[in-house]
Design a protein around this ligand. Structure first.
Ligand SMILES: NC(=O)C1=CN([C@@H]2O[C@H](COP(=O)(O)OP(=O)(O)OC[C@H]3O[C@@H](n4cnc5c(N)ncnc54)[C@H](O)[C@@H]3O)[C@@H](O)[C@H]2O)C=CC1
Ligand SMILES: CC(C)CC(=O)C(=O)O
Ligand SMILES: [Mg+2]
Length: 368
């Protein structure tokens, strides 16, 4: 059956890195019989420019129909002044919310060739393999009430609401515990129960879930500020980290630097399985639209390419193809190809397109 992939390149470096993924999809169609049919559409600032909305209802309908959505990145200074509800980032938030993509998997893996590209010492990151499981459709990014208001005393006030309910914590907890069972069997649940009621609640629900369904998995708890510190002090102590929307966003950017660059970190955003065992899914790099390097062909496409590898694994159940693509990424790094963000002395500096060329060549060589 044809596999329907909706491609939303977005803004800034989004279209540049997604261009390389499109060439890789073509390769998998021709060489591995993937059978993927792709369609491009708009999200983010470019969608706002085209029709005044960061994602249109028509695009949302296509996303609902697709087997998988691949997204580049959204946002940029051009849209700093647009109304809050239609800013580029709102398009991505709507996709996540309306498709109910509550589980955001952000693996931080240090490829052997990049052990010296991290800002940390080689011995701290060599062999690193952490899975951050971030809750993606709740918490302070979506809680009501929120807004900016005028107060009677002439001051103004800005506010957001952090809120989680039982089913939201339990379902993300289950994803984390299930993943841990296939990895190092250890989950660290991260919140701030020392100052936040939602943190106390998160902790209590995780403890209950663990006792009821996952007592074979080791569960630890850590306060979010300490977790940020521990990630740069001794990152290999972690296996699976499960946390809320905001802390997960921040901690995964921290984890990115352990792997060499934000340009290396892929992600999968998954919904619950339907009656046929199918889950809605969106795949995107962890990084943003990188306005500082956009339009120059300098961006590292590997995070987006590795996000497509996650689509092969999680949506299309093609783990051999996912392994092949991940091996191709590892190979080009071992061969010394480096975009500017991971450049090291003595390596071959390349741009976005040449990195894509190198991955395609590695795919061909590895599958011969
Ligand atoms: N998922 C998304 O679409 C996200 C969008 N954003 C949006 O992106 C815009 C820029 O945000 P920033 O805070 O600057 O974060 P950013 O992730 O776009 O960039 C942070 C730094 O990392 C570098 N970088 C990021 N991706 C790279 C890549 N593939 N190759 C080489 N270098 C890379 C950038 O050049 C920049 O120096 C904002 O409008 C923000 O809201 C931010 C994060 C996620
Ligand atoms: C809506 C996004 C811009 C938030 C973000 O930074 C992320 O999901 O990584
Ligand atoms: Mg982020």
């Amino acid at each position: 059956m044809t596999k329907k992939i909706l491609i939303l390149p977005g803004d800034g470096i989004g279209p540049e890195v997604m261009g390389e993924v499109e060439r890789i999809i073509d390769w998998f169609n021709k060489e591995r019989g993937l059978g993927a049919e792709t369609e491009r559409d708009l999200v983010g600032g470019c969608a706002y420019d085209a029709h005044g909305q960061a994602v249109s209802d028509a695009t949302m309908a296509k996303a609902q129909e697709a087997d998988a959505v691949l997204l580049g990145a959204v946002g940029g200074p051009k849209w700093d002044g647009v109304p809050f509800d239609v800013r580029p980032e709102a398009g991505l938030l709507r996709l996540r919310k309306d498709l109910e993509l509550f589980a955001n998997l952000r693996p931080a893996l240090c490829f052997p060739a990049l052990a010296d590209a991290s800002s940390l010492k080689r011995e701290l990151v060599e062999g690193l393999d952490i899975m951050i499981v971030r809750e993606l459709t709740g918490g302070v990014y979506f809680g009501e009430p929120r807004g900016i208001e005028d107060l009677p005393n002439g001051e103004r006030r800005g506010f957001d609401t952090q809120v989680y309910s039982t089913h939201e914590v339990q379902r993300i907890g289950r994803v984390a515990f299930d993943l841990a069972r296939k990895r190092g069997n250890r989950v660290t649940s991260v919140e701030k129960r020392n100052v936040m009621h939602s943190g106390v609640f998160w902790h209590e629900e995780m403890v209950k879930l663990h006792k009821a369904e996952f007592s074979d998995v080791t569960l630890d708890h850590m306060l979010a500020d300490n977790c940020g510190m521990q990630l740069v002090k001794q990152p290999k102590q972690f296996d699976v980290i499960v946390t809320d929307n905001l802390f997960g966003d921040m901690l995964s950017d921290v984890a990115a630097m352990l792997t060499g660059s934000l340009g290396m970190l892929p992600s999968a955003s998954l919904g619950g399985k339907d009656a046929n065992g199918k889950a809605k899914a969106l795949y995107e790099p962890v990084h943003g639209s990188a306005p500082d390097i956009a339009g120059q062909g300098l961006a590292n496409p590997l995070a987006t390419i590795l996000s497509f590898a996650m689509a092969l694994r999680y949506t299309f159940d093609l783990s051999a193809d996912a392994d092949l693509l991940e091996k191709a990424a590892e190979t080009v790094l071992a061969e010394g190809y480096r975009t500017g963000d991971i450049m090291q002395p003595g390596m071959k500096k390349v741009g976005t397109k040449q990195m894509g060329d190198a991955v395609l060549a590695a795919l061909t060589k590895l599958s011969a």
